[in-house]
Ligand binder design. Structure first.
Ligand code: AOF
Ligand code: ZN
Length: 351
């Protein structure tokens, strides 16, 4: 299963919104085949694993045990069911890392195998398998994206000055790390005030990889079209109460078709919940929230966050300024230092 996890990670950045999955085929303590889900829409891990077996070992397939980091699928999606493939090859034992919460699968793969007389062992290295695809699992079980809050604050806990001008807090190394983070998530979200005052580009230009889908809240469509965000390259989605782009759907988002798109929300229910629901419908599996304090604090208040990454410039004091958001969780799970910047990571265990 450790090897399955290693293989699965090779698909990072190329398989979303699918999960990363790895598989190995073992006969008498020898790996005779291995594979992983390499590209979105293409063969699943089990297919690549079985196809990798050398012709001289092919007769061993029915005698071997197949290990998969995720429950084999039971549905006809872009590819036929992996459970059927395993049954067809006469494999007798399947070892599964964790269940697939996707509604088309969700236990049906395991059931199908068992009904065909296959022995299925589940829950092997389950925590590691869940951690690897935390975005996918949060999305399918909570019906909202995996939410990562990120902010930079001064040594005296301020995230902005009162002067309505951009406050430079983090250093160039930290900025590059943040751009790496941007390539790792599907979406990036900011509030109206941050868009107006900071005029951010919200791209991943300091790192190689995909730009996230940019999302901004602008209820009354007051943001000027001169802002970087409103140039529509890469994609921008504007949450507002006035207009809606009919062409905006999950396919368009997945293909990152450039443009400024409008998503209409109403004034009757929680704006945050409407935004999260929109992300679910558009298959935006994870979101990096980059400000501002009001938006971050409302996400904390509604307990809709999964991770927080807080950057503190330990050498910068501004005295007067906007207070940084506050987390209930006091202890970081990880800390690193990039020159004057300390980066603390928090996990929300209280959901
Ligand atoms: C597996 N092995 O390697 C992966 C699985 O659209 P499709 O056909 O590619 O199906 C996508 C769904 O299949 C995805 O949402 C997840 O439930 C499962 N992914 N299953 O047996 C794999 N990547
Ligand atoms: Zn499959």
């Amino acid at each position: 299963m450790q090897r399955c996890l290693q293989l699965a990670k090779l698909g990072a950045g190329r398989v979303a919104p699918n999960p990363m999955v790895g598989s190995v085929l073992v006969y008498e303590n020898r790996i005779i085949g291995e594979g992983y889900h390499e590209v979105y829409g293409k063969a699943h891990a089990e297919v690549n694993c079985i196809n990798s077996v050398r012709p001289e070992d092919a007769h061993l397939i029915p005698l071997a045990t197949i290990y998969v980091s995720l429950e084999p699928c039971a549905h006809f999606g872009k590819t036929p069911p992996c459970a059927d493939l395993i049954i067809k090859h006469g494999i007798q034992t399947v070892v599964v890392g964790c269940r697939d919460p996707f509604k088309e699968v969700n236990g049906k793969g395991i059931e199908k195998l068992q009904q065909a007389g296959v022995t299925v062992i589940t829950g092997v290295l389950e925590q590691d398998c869940l951690e690897l695809n935390k975005r996918f699992f949060t999305f399918h079980t909570r019906h909202r994206p995996y939410m990562i809050l990120k902010w930079a604050k001064t040594a005296d806990d301020k995230i902005a000055s009162y002067s309505n001008t951009r406050l430079i807090i983090s250093n160039e190394f930290t900025n590059r790390l943040v751009h790496k983070w941007r390539t790792e998530e599907t979406g990036i979200l900011v509030g109206t005030q941050t868009a107006r005052v900071d005029n951010p580009q919200l791209t991943a230009r300091l790192w190689q990889g995909k730009h996230p889908v940019r999302m901004v809240i602008d209820k009354d469509l007051k943001l000027p079209s001169s802002l970087h965000l409103m140039q529509g390259s890469p994609v921008t989605i504007v949450f507002n109460t006035q207009k809606h782009s009919e062409e905006l759907d999950a396919k368009l988002v997945n293909a990152r078709i450039e443009g400024v798109y409008y998503y209409q929300v109403n004034n009757d229910t929680s704006l945050l919940h409407q935004v999260l629901n929109a992300c679910y419908l558009l298959q935006i599996q994870s979101v990096l929230v980059e400000g501002g304090a009001y938006l971050q604090q409302s996400i904390i208040a509604e307990n809709c966050w999964d991770e927080a990454r807080v950057i503190t410039n330990e050498q910068l004091w501004v005295k007067e300024g906007l207070a940084a958001p506050k987390l209930e969780t006091a202890t970081p799970v990880a800390t690193c230092q990039l020159q004057n910047d300390r980066i603390d990571t928090y996990i929300n265990n209280q959901q």
